[in-house]
Design a protein around this ligand. Structure first.
Ligand code: HEM
Length: 330
């Protein structure tokens, strides 16, 4: 539990810091004018840097994951998605992985029954993981309403669909309930299950607590302590037009919300959350398994000076003959 308390302390310190910043004119103008650009630059620069680093690591051979029959003889039924033979099958496997977390769907648990291991399916992680990621995406897309003027119809459409049940005023979004459910599951799993608690590090809790902090302050702003949304839009449009403004009266939760968001952005490229980009460069997922049908040359093979048998015989033919050894050429 030490790691949990450490990361909880880190997030609490950040919340206190944000409250302090909100009460200080000079610091709050730094938070609203300089930090947004700094966070954005670290996020995009760091993200690109990590991706280029991974992209330029040579992968000389295809690393297939063999969950299905490889393409081989024509009368053997191949499994295109589990063992893609070409580019488009690999695209299909990637799409299922990215949109539906297919490999997590195959997750299993094992328990010893008597003296035999018994495998069972384990779908909860898949379900709540998917719930969390999709709802986070929807929330981020909905937030674009602060960034574009006039409001694009598709953003309004997503918001309308998300608030379809029109529960409460302002409407409670389904994605908010879903993101809370997803985050709570991912978090409680690490706290409650002893083996998960054992392997959980500071950063595992930190990522979840940071996101929980952002979601909870967002919900507080929406339902209990309303932020001045017109002022928020002004601030965001100020960033976008490179004429940042220092707001007045947007409320303390907006400061905490933003402070946690900027922290997340700056930390993101150096954290495990980079799986967002890394999944696209995962060799076992993105490459077609064509090791047998195509020859892949290892690009970093050091040039080897070879000495063929013909050259060897040319060099030593006289000596070989003198020793009575057979030679190919007389
Ligand atoms: C990682 C990025 C972010 C996440 C995950 C996030 C999450 C949330 C959530 C879950 C809510 C609750 C209501 C809703 O779903 O709309 C919310 C509300 C809000 N967020 Fe964020 N947010 C993020 C970034 C931002 C940024 C960059 C801004 C401002 C520039 C912002 C401003 C607001 C405001 C003003 C509300 C209240 C909305 C309302 O009253 O309808 N958020 N946020």
């Amino acid at each position: 539990m030490f790691n949990f308390f450490l990361s909880l302390t880190a997030v609490i310190i950040m919340v206190v810091l944000a409250i302090f910043i909100a009460g200080n004119n000079a610091l709050s103008s730094v938070l609203m004018t300089i930090i947004p650009y700094a966070a954005f630059l670290v996020f995009t620069g760091g993200f690109i840097y990590r991706m280029v680093q991974w992209w330029t690591i040579p992968v000389p051979f295809r690393i297939p994951t063999t969950c299905g029959q490889q393409k081989s003889l024509p009368w053997l039924k191949k499994n295109s998605l589990d063992n893609p033979a070409g580019f488009w099958s690999a695209v299909g496997r990637m799409a299922l992985e990215i949109f539906l977390f297919r490999s997590l769907f195959r997750n299993t648990t094992v328990a010893i029954s008597g003296r035999r291991p018994v495998y069972d399916s384990a779908k909860w992680l898949w379900f709540f993981g998917l719930l969390f990621h999709w709802s986070l995406l929807i929330i981020i897309l909905r937030h674009l309403r602060f960034f574009v003027e006039p409001l694009a119809p598709w953003i309004a459409g997503i918001s309308a669909l998300d608030g379809f049940f029109e529960i409460g005023l302002p409407t409670f979004y389904l994605s908010d309930a879903a993101v809370l459910a997803g985050l709570s599951f991912l978090f409680l799993r690490r706290i409650i299950i002893p083996r998960w608690r054992y392997i959980s590090l500071f950063v595992d809790y930190f990522a979840l607590l940071l996101l929980l902090g952002i979601v909870i302050t967002g919900l507080l702003m929406r339902h209990f302590y309303p932020a001045d949304l017109l002022a928020v839009k002004n601030i965001v449009l100020g960033w976008m037009t490179l004429t940042p403004v220092v707001p007045a009266g947007v409320g303390i939760f907006f400061y905490i919300h933003l402070f946690l968001v900027f922290t997340l952005m700056a930390w993101f490229p150096f954290s495990k959350l980079m799986h967002m980009g890394g999944v696209f460069l995962s060799p076992t997922r993105m490459l077609a398994n064509n090791n047998r049908s195509e020859r892949h040359i290892n690009p970093w093979n050091a040039p080897v000076k070879v000495h063929t048998y013909e050259e060897y015989e040319d060099e030593f033919r006289d000596k070989m003959k003198a020793a009575g050894l057979p030679v190919d050429k007389e």
